[in-house]
Design a protein around this ligand. Structure first.
Ligand SMILES: CC(C)(COP(=O)(O)OP(=O)(O)OC[C@H]1O[C@@H](n2cnc3c(N)ncnc32)[C@H](O)[C@@H]1OP(=O)(O)O)[C@@H](O)C(=O)NCCC(=O)NCCS
Length: 339
């Protein structure tokens, strides 16, 4: 905690309470308890740090204990001396001793280079960012794209705008039965994080961890889907991310409705755009396309969502599975340490 307070301006997003409240929430109040944290010290001050936090993953339907690498940081005055490499090495030793079957991370571009050198592999599927411009007049005024593009985009949105059945509800916490719906959803993917009711409430319903809006759909009192939204501001512009979403795959209308409700929430918040990241080829992609979302190419130097992993020694089957280029993945922003 001392290290985080002294040298990091993290987390870089809005949450309730002090920085310490956030770190307490993240490390000590997890729904899946357990973490390891390694630091390098100079004159009694921490100067480099990395941790892994326990998380439950499902690979090919098998639930396993994984460690998500987080908070990798070296004080600017101490960079380039191999400290990040050494704290990552220290984490590996702890993960082996704690029966962690795989480690994974969503690194920055430098973190990516360091972890690749340490033998981490990249998940085959490329992540794609989707964006819907909710305020075309403002957006197109700021770009060089011009009037014609704006009119074409507005016309496309008018045609594609989905209608609401009116079953979406905003809630402060997840209903108890959501875990059954998420389990059925997860069973259709080869790599996905377990979204139990306890996990969802810890992750999104505790304001110490960040400010999220939770939408759910119900049918005859049964929870059929959820979407988690994160409004945020950057350079005087307002945006909204869809950070997480799961739904009854037997009723495609549920996903459409959640996306329509997310768009309407973004408009209420005067967000100029709504964005989300998905692994390539995800079942939600066509629904986003029908609703007016376009693929957003990252700007030069912008952080690209990529997933790295390393399996523990002897986990050959797991390694083989994760190596598959056709792996069906459901990983969204909320599964990362970006939000
Ligand atoms: C990323 C960061 C933790 C690296 O810390 P560090 O202690 O300087 O890293 P190391 O000295 O252990 O570097 C390990 C390897 O990465 C390389 N590396 C370090 N910084 C690099 C850079 N800016 N660009 C390219 N490679 C770099 C080193 O050359 C070294 O490779 P080598 O062993 O072949 O020489 C540090 O730059 C940082 O805190 N950045 C800001 C936060 C961040 O991006 N965190 C990562 C989140 S995943």
């Amino acid at each position: 905690m001392k290290m985080f307070e002294e040298v990091m301006d993290w987390p870089g997003f809005v949450h309730n309470g002090t920085g310490l409240d956030y770190w307490e929430w993240k490390y000590r109040r997890r729904s899946c308890p357990g973490f390891a944290s390694c630091a390098a010290w100079s004159n009694g001050h921490p100067v480099s740090h990395a941790s892994w936090i326990n998380s439950q993953m499902l690979v090919n339907g098998r639930e396993l204990l994984a460690g998500q690498i987080s908070d990798l940081y070296t004080h600017p005055n101490f960079r380039g001396h191999g400290l990040a490499d050494r704290v990552l090495g220290c984490l590996n030793k702890h993960s082996l001793a704690n029966d962690v079957e795989m480690m994974f991370a969503f690194p920055s571009s430098i973190g990516y280079e360091i972890m690749r050198k340490r033998g981490y592999f990249e998940i085959g599927s490329q992540f794609v960012q989707y964006q819907l411009i909710t305020n075309p007049s403002k957006f197109f005024a700021q770009t060089k794209l011009g009037m014609l593009k704006r009119m074409a985009y507005e016309a496309m949105l008018a045609v594609r705008s989905p209608s609401l059945r009116g079953t979406v509800e905003e809630v402060d916490s997840f209903p108890e039965d959501v875990g059954e719906m998420t389990r059925a959803f997860e069973a259709r993917f080869d790599l996905v994080a377990r979204h139990s009711t306890e996990y969802l409430n810890w992750r999104y319903a505790d304001p110490a961890g960040g400010m999220f809006r939770i939408l759910i759909t119900r049918q005859e009192a049964r929870t059929t889907g959820f979407a988690v939204l994160r409004p945020y501001s950057m350079d005087d512009a307002h945006y909204m991310d869809i950070v997480d979403m799961m739904f009854d795959l037997n009723d495609p209308m549920v996903a459409q409705e959640l996306i329509a409700a997310a768009i309407s929430a973004a408009q209420d918040e005067c967000a100029d755009g709504i964005q989300t990241w998905l692994p390539g080829g995800h079942i939600l992609a066509p629904i986003l396309g029908r609703t007016g979302f376009l693929i957003r190419a990252p700007l030069t130097g912008e952080r690209q969502l990529r997933m790295l992993y390393q399996t523990a020694e002897g986990e050959d089957e797991l390694q083989k599975t994760l190596d598959r280029p056709d792996l069906k993945i459901h990983i969204m922003l909320g599964d990362t340490d970006w939000v």
